[in-house]
Design a protein. Structure first.
Length: 68
């Protein structure tokens, strides 16, 4: 199991999180993590964005969106 430290809303502080045994075959890269203090679960999601081609062959990444 891999260990990460994140803020846990239930524990109200920074606590270690572990990836549980993953049935989807992700291994230690599983996007699901569990707080070792209270058992709260979080899912780490990544987003892929396409590169936009501008006139003249220049490239630009789309504007990044941030969570509220």
């Amino acid at each position: 199991m891999s260990h990460h430290e994140f803020h846990c809303d239930v524990c109200e502080g920074v606590t270690p999180f572990e990836a549980p045994p993953c049935v989807d075959g992700h291994g230690t890269d599983c996007p699901e993590l569990i707080c070792t203090g209270c058992g709260a679960a979080v899912v780490i999601a990544t987003v892929a964005a396409p590169v936009v081609r501008l006139a003249g062959g220049r490239r630009r990444q789309p504007a990044r969106r941030h969570a509220a």
